[in-house]
Design a protein. Structure first.
Ligand code: SAM
Length: 453
């Protein structure tokens, strides 16, 4: 039995009334396991898997495998995500015109579950800024975004108040707020241990501050989506009500009754709550708003990037064989020699972000030149812009795992130069053939530490 804090139990008894015992029974059942497949890397066989009703790429698994030891997981073919939080997909589809190029901000992004979901929904002309305020959480965010392979991204490390230079810039802002985590009690015993009345109040206030910053970033008629994984009204309804009072209109969503999602109303506000006794997933809340008020003007655009220079034509030419559709990208070099690509159509947006945000990585990290040799990055191998013409080496599952242990592999047929390690047609990363050997270019930080036997 999960040892529920007594005042949490009282709160939920008041909130749920007669349904409370069902809630407590559900909390003591095992949490369902669910994944969301990457439509850009459709390799996983989903035949026979139960679907998550509100997300066409979401599936339940009958049991929890060791994901680390699945090369398809390492290649970004799917993300392990709790099912209720995939409701975001349906909320976005109902409120945003996804066929248009959009500027999207995920303000509280690590480890990247919702950012990868958004990346899968957006058109290839859209821009996604994934921000995480806690520096130590940025590497896992970057790793998950790189695995997903969407190249039109900025990963930033800022407090929400640092975004003030981007007032009115975004068509969609997601605040998936840090919360008291009541909805995660079944999955995470730490969430139970850390819960207190004081933490609810603290989280509610922190969210208020984040939302206040977030509101100013939304364009006129743009959308603000607020979500938490908790149940209490202080964090959810009251904060959402604050938005409704400040120039944002709550947008009602249309969910079939059979999905089991509970509508929460307060004045003009409509929010949606997932409870584990009514949906196959954890506790989750979301509400969606449209900005009614107009926004101020953005500052003039600078002509050049502050932090990097255009790449020399000769080096650009050396990159071409590695890229698919290189004409759609512009290439730059940072002061430390690292190269990056930005989608040319979004140059103005990237210029604006370059001025407004100090701590960020923009676009796709391509690699670097050592003398005249181009050393491609791991992110390029996993991205959708790597050339399909590059010679690949199909690995067995055992060799794929040895690749992720960063062992050197022996190839049956010797090959020279850069090769893509592949598993079931998906790129895993780079190998370089030298004589009879191939060197393994998996970044050290990506090495799996688990025993693969
Ligand atoms: N959206 C993520 C996902 O789907 O994988 C989960 C986000 S988690 C619920 C909330 C995030 O907000 C955490 O990564 C946390 O570090 C970050 N956070 C904590 N305090 C914050 C603050 N004051 N402002 C903005 N973000 C904050």
């Amino acid at each position: 039995m999960i040892p529920l804090p007594s005042s949490f139990r009282e709160r939920l008894q008041t909130q749920l009334g007669e349904a409370y015992p069902d809630f407590e029974v559900a909390l003591n059942q095992p949490a369902p396991v669910s994944i969301r497949i990457n439509p850009a890397k459709p390799r996983l066989n989903t035949d026979g898997l139960e679907r998550v009703p509100w997300c066409d790429t979401g599936f339940y698994l009958p049991e929890r495998p060791v994901f680390t030891l699945d090369p398809l997981f390492q290649a970004g073919a799917y993300y392990v995500q709790e099912a209720s939080s995939m409701l975001l997909a349906e909320a976005v589809k109902q409120t945003v015109n996804l066929s248009k190029p959009l500027r999207v901000l995920d303000l509280c992004a690590a480890p990247g579950g919702k950012s990868t979901l958004l990346a899968s929904l957006l058109s290839d002309k859209s821009l996604l800024v994934c921000n995480e305020v806690i520096r130590t959480r940025v590497p896992i965010l970057r790793e998950n975004i790189e695995k997903w392979g969407f190249p039109n991204v900025v990963i930033s490390n800022h407090d929400p108040e640092d975004f003030s230079g981007l007032a009115g810039f975004f068509d969609l802002v997601l605040v998936d707020a840090p919360c008291s985590g009541e909805g995660l009690f079944r999955k995470d015993p730490k969430a139970v241990a850390e819960w207190s009345e004081a933490s609810v109040q603290l989280c509610a206030l922190r969210q208020q501050r984040i939302l206040t910053e977030a509101m100013s970033l939304v364009s006129e008629r743009g959308v603000l989506l607020y979500s938490t994984c908790t149940y209490n009204d202080e964090e959810n309804v009251q904060n959402a009500a604050m938005l409704a009072e400040q120039g944002f209109q709550s947008i009602p969503l249309d969910f079939p009754a059979g999905w089991g999602i509970t509508e929460k109303k307060s004045g003009d506000l409509t929010g949606y709550q997932c409870y584990p006794h009514k949906v196959k997933g954890e506790g989750f809340f979301l509400s969606v708003f449209r900005r009614k008020s107009s926004t101020g003007l953005l500052p003039n655009l600078p002509r050049n990037f502050k932090s990097f220079k255009p790449l020399q034509p000769k080096q650009q030419a050396a990159l071409q064989p590695f890229l698919q559709n290189p004409t759609q990208y512009s290439f730059y070099v940072k002061p430390n020699g690292d190269l990056l690509s930005l989608p040319t159509a979004l140059t103005a947006d990237f210029l604006r972000l370059d001025v407004a945000l100090r701590n960020k990585g923009m676009g796709l990290d391509l690699g670097t030149f050592k003398g005249t040799d181009f050393i491609p990055s791991h992110a390029l191998a996993l991205s959708s812009i790597v050339s399909p013409q590059i010679l690949g080496v199909d690995l067995t599952k055992e060799d794929a795992l040895r690749y992720f242990k960063k062992e050197n592999l022996i190839l049956q047929e010797p090959a020279k130069g850069w090769l893509l390690a592949k598993y079931e047609g998906l790129n895993l990363g780079w190998l370089k053939g030298v004589g009879n050997r191939v060197n393994n270019y998996l970044p050290k930080d990506w090495r799996i530490r688990m025993d693969i036997e």
